[in-house]
Design a protein around this ligand. Structure first.
Ligand SMILES: NC(=O)c1ccc[n+]([C@@H]2O[C@H](COP(=O)([O-])OP(=O)(O)OC[C@H]3O[C@@H](n4cnc5c(N)ncnc54)[C@H](O)[C@@H]3O)[C@@H](O)[C@H]2O)c1
Length: 246
């Protein structure tokens, strides 16, 4: 599909449905992997399930809300591989709450994972990103059109779009690109609840009449991360079966 041979990719939230599919695809395309998430035992099991080959896979605990843990895991990638070519910010938290029911702590937790986490990961990785490198931040359809009972999540995802476009000005002089993907409804652990409660209506509202798969997001991330997208930066690609068109 795309050639990522020898590139070093660091993923946050790498135990998640979309990030796992991305890691699997990156692995097949020849990238070395630095997989980070909260649960390192699960990450190690996942890493062990990937086919062996020329590539190296390193796992590390990274709570993206904790700046020190982010800095430490990114520094590990630097020590192990001498630099980073691809950063994918996959960590995410999707809590259903109306605004009037949101405590300050609820608000801050969602912002901590979905927004601070992106900032911390990008800030730490930027000095290590090599020329030709690429940042792919996972935003969401929620950031474009809002999300019922997920105002904090939607606010973060909209902010990630603006943050990523701003990164372009700092990264372009160094030969690094930054883009977003904005998935619609993708079948992962994150969306099990809304699929159960509202799945039929969501499918009916989707022109392609189905949910997306993690692999269908991973392939777009791989495109953006690869040299096939060498002149694409500051862009957002929607992956949603037509349920939302900009
Ligand atoms: N599934 C969808 O429909 C959908 C749609 C739009 C955007 N997204 C985004 O895609 C990304 C991946 O989501 P997914 O659907 O694979 O969900 P998922 O729930 O399967 O994965 C999310 C991952 O983030 C990790 N995580 C949560 N809090 C963390 C923290 N503090 N530090 C580090 N990791 C943490 C979890 O452990 C989990 O592995 C998220 O950013 C999500 O917002 C998903």
């Amino acid at each position: 599909m795309f050639d990522l041979a020898g590139k070093v990719a660091l993923l946050t939230g790498a135990n998640g449905g979309i990030p796992r599919a991305t890691a699997e695809l990156f692995r097949r395309l020849g990238a070395h992997l630095v997989l980070t998430d909260l649960d390192t035992a699960a990450l190690d099991d996942f890493a062990a399930s990937l086919p062996e080959g020329q590539v190296r896979i390193v796992t590390a605990r990274m709570d993206v809300t904790q700046r020190d843990q982010v800095d430490e895991a990114v520094a590990l990638a630097g020590r192990e591989f001498g630099g980073i070519d691809i950063l994918v910010t996959g960590a995410g938290l999707y809590v259903e709450q109306e605004v009037t029911a949101m405590s300050d702590d609820d608000w801050r937790l969602t912002l901590g994972v979905n927004l601070d986490g992106v900032f911390y990961a990008c800030r730490a990785a930027m000095p290590l990103l090599r020329r030709g490198g690429s940042v792919v931040n996972i935003a969401s359809m929620a950031g474009h059109r809002g999300s019922v009972r997920h105002a904090h999540y939607a606010a973060c995802k909209a902010a990630v779009l603006g943050f990523t476009r701003s990164l372009v000005h700092e990264l372009s002089p160094r030969g690094v690109r930054a883009n977003c993907v904005s998935p619609g409804i993708i079948a992962t652990p994150m969306t099990e609840g809304i699929m159960r409660e509202n799945g039929a209506a969501l499918i009916a509202a989707t022109p392609m009449k189905r949910f997306g798969t993690p692999g269908e997001v991973a392939s777009v991330i791989a495109f953006l991360a690869s040299d096939a997208a060498a002149f694409v930066t500051g862009e957002t690609i929607h992956i949603n079966g037509g349920i939302y068109m900009d």
